[in-house]
Unconditional design. Structure first.
Length: 718
């Protein structure tokens, strides 16, 4: 039995980063304050990150010893940021008093394989100004688990900062044998360097502009590898490739035209952020889960974000499925919570993973990644008709199904449950994976084994979906067995989880009985289809009672529960992705008005965030008490499944249901919200065919016009 007191809390202990500037490309992530600095303070999450290591933990710009005044900043494009600043009052190097706001300072950073920042300074005085510009650098090379406050600092050797041959070197020799280097090159070079503080003495003529180019490069050199050479070079080719990739994403978005210009921006931001979160591993792409804490491969997150955008971009689903299949569990390993057939929870590549101090090589402590893997495969084939992927992953499918059958019924109840075995593992292994997320109404925390409401639904849907695929490929006996299994778990769920006195489903069943709190978990049970039809209205109505619906979305936990905290990670906050899945589930059961209410709340919430970017989560405070959603201080932003929320809710609103194997598209109860009168989708692909569709809101109805139809049938069901 694992001592629960030793199980780590998995949300971060760092200070707020919600207003950070973030630029990112492939596996390199740069997170700064709004003024472009990386503050040199404790417990802060800013920095330059690569392979789960913070290669730059400090970068401060000052002019004559003073911090410039920030005017405006932007990271709109995802791979570049701009900060405009001006000077405070100061005395220059010649003793002349320089009035405030007479010098402009601009920082332009781009991230094509390194960070290149151009610092531009313009003197608007009518006389010469003599200034010193200092750039201070520092690197702690902390593993991301140390930055988050989860693990102690590693004991490698951090070398003194040195400057030689025009290059600032900051190096760390890790206990894992890796040499990690941060190298900074300047053009022109500094006049003086003292322990990471680089000083540039500038004479600014009236209306003269001076530029300093700073190139920050990182290296993670494995034992036996040779370090590369750093040189400032023309990044034009790299930028062209990045822009071309973003352009392809934008072209996909240009196929969706609506009557609401603000919504167009929200949708565009969602898709651009998902492009920004592209990562690659072993030649397969996937979505990083979120910046900066979860900038890695997560099974659950990468599956859900790929699922959310399937109608608009199917390639990510295919590469994600292939990659997760490659890492599918092979052995029984308690340290990693691994068992054969299981889909990973999280893969890390940093020092602590290399040393084996954490089990993330990969770690498999997720009860739901495996059924979600099967659901994504089925939905991918529904949209693409790519049955060859099913054939190529058939061994993985069989192993995943066998894992569900052999390793999840921990108490003989027929329920899918989990119990942590790893000493560094997650006690809770659903999407609400913080230590206090699953609980009883008297405030006591759940004890393993724990069977979650939504996970029973995931398994139900996974088996139903796989039954359809097996039947379509001629394996009727296997299909029949899967249907039987699905019906059994649906029956057990509706019998065991139903709380007759509350007319709602329990959050979970643990070793002590029902976890009888009112939570959002049964909302996701709607998404899977496991809820009995005659009980669905009870669920829909209860989710919109004031204790659950904040006005900005459905809370993770009712405000009436003892453990409710509007800023508790999973005990009262609002998670966009959770609401997107509930919204889709409401549509499946015909509750279009309620689904629209969630769509509207997320759309409106996005308008209060910079760049219309929905964060990982926000506070569960009542909308009536505040005129904006309250920020969660250390939320990841962007976060993949939050970025997928608006596209997924649009799909729900339009009722998009593909069946590429039968060359058909069904529009199930399309229902545009009041603020969206018209939607046009061009070149919507189902299998090898495509169609153009128009949706028009007329009073309270949504009319559909099939403008162009390829070789497919289009059905509209009201």
């Amino acid at each position: 039995m694992v001592d629960r007191s030793r199980i780590h809390q998995w949300h971060t202990k760092s200070n707020r980063i919600i207003d950070a500037l973030v630029i990112r490309e492939n596996n390199l992530t740069y997170v700064t304050a709004q003024n472009g600095d990386i503050p040199i303070t404790e417990n802060q999450g800013y920095g330059l990150y690569y392979r789960d290591c913070r290669f730059l933990s400090g970068y401060i710009l000052k002019i004559n010893g003073e911090t410039p005044t920030e005017i405006q900043s932007s990271d709109e494009k995802g791979y570049m940021s701009t900060t405009m600043m001006t000077n405070p009052n100061f005395i220059d190097l010649k003793g002349v008093v320089i009035g405030k706001e007479t010098i402009s300072i601009r920082r332009d950073a781009i991230i094509p394989g390194c960070v290149q920042e151009t610092i531009s300074i313009v003197n608007f005085n009518e006389f010469d100004v003599h200034v010193s510009l200092t750039l201070e650098f520092d690197s702690d090379f902390d593993d991301i688990f140390t930055v988050r406050g989860i693990s102690e600092k590693s004991g490698g050797e951090l070398y003194p900062i040195k400057y030689e041959n025009g290059l600032l070197h900051i190096s760390y020799h890790g206990q894992d044998g890796h040499m990690r280097n941060t190298k900074v090159m300047f053009s022109p070079g500094p006049e003086e360097v003292d322990n990471g503080v680089c000083t540039f003495c500038l004479v600014l003529k009236p209306h003269d502009e001076k530029k300093i180019l700073v190139c920050i490069s990182v290296e993670d050199i494995s034992p036996g590898e040779r370090p590369g050479e750093l040189h400032i070079h023309d990044v034009g080719d790299e930028l062209k490739k990045i822009r071309s990739s973003y352009l392809a994403t934008m072209e996909c978005c240009s196929n969706i035209i609506t009557s609401n210009n603000v919504f167009n921006k929200v949708f565009l931001r969602s898709m651009a952020d998902l492009r920004m979160l592209h990562m690659s591993l072993e030649e397969d792409r996937f979505h990083s889960a979120g910046v900066p804490w979860y900038d890695a491969l997560f099974g659950r997150d990468s599956i859900i974000s790929a699922l959310q955008i399937l109608p608009f971009e199917s390639g990510m689903a295919k590469s994600t499925l292939r990659l997760l299949a490659a890492y599918q569990g092979k052995d029984i390993c308690e340290w990693k919570d691994e068992s054969p057939g299981k889909i990973l929870h999280e893969l890390r590549l940093g020092e602590k993973a290399n040393l084996g101090e954490i089990p993330h090589t990969p770690y498999y402590g997720s009860i739901d990644s495996t059924p979600l893997f099967l659901i994504l495969l089925a939905e991918y084939i529904n949209w693409t008709g790519d049955i060859e992927l099913f054939h190529s992953l058939k061994d993985n499918v069989e192993l995943a199904l066998k894992w569900i059958d052999d390793f999840t019924d921990l108490d003989g109840s027929g329920l899918v449950s989990y119990a942590v075995k790893s000493k560094f593992g997650l006690y809770n292994q659903g999407w609400k994976d913080s230590n206090d997320a699953i609980l009883h109404s008297d405030g006591t925390l759940a004890k393993s084994p724990i069977a979650l409401a939504e996970v029973q639904g995931y398994v139900y849907r996974a088996k139903q979906s796989m039954a359809d695929l097996y039947e379509s490929t001629g394996s009727e006996d296997i299909a029949a067995g899967l249907v039987k299994d699905a019906r059994k778990i649906k029956s057990i769920f509706n019998e065991r989880f139903w709380m007759g006195d509350k007319k709602f489903y329990a959050q979970a069943i643990d070793s002590c009985g029902l976890c009888d709190v009112i939570s959002s978990n049964p909302g996701q049970a709607l998404w899977s289809g496991i809820v009995d039809t005659n009980r669905a209205k009870f669920i829909a109505d209860r989710l919109f009672e004031p204790d659950m619906f904040s006005g900005w979305g459905i809370r993770t936990l009712s405000s009436g529960e003892i453990n409710y905290n509007p800023l508790g990670y999973h005990v009262g906050t609002v998670w966009p992705h959770d609401n997107s899945m509930i919204s889709m589930g409401l549509c499946e059961y015909g509750f279009c008005e309620e689904s629209t209410a969630l769509f509207s709340s997320m759309y409106e919430a996005a308008g209060f965030y910079p760049r219309y970017r929905l964060p990982e989560l926000f506070g569960g405070f009542y909308r009536e008490e505040y005129d904006m959603p309250i920020k969660y201080p250390v939320a990841c932003s962007p976060q993949a499944w939050s970025s997928g929320t608006i596209p997924y809710m649009l799909s729900a609103s339009l009722g998009l249901k593909a069946d590429a194997m039968n060359n058909s598209l069904t529009l199930l109860k399309p229902h545009l919200p009041p603020w969206l009168n018209y939607v046009q989708i061009k070149d919507l692909k189902v299998g090898k065919a495509s169609t153009d569709l128009e949706f028009q809101r007329v009073k309270d109805n949504t009319l559909v016009n099939v403008v162009k139809r390829g070789d497919m049938d289009v059905y509209v069901v009201y």
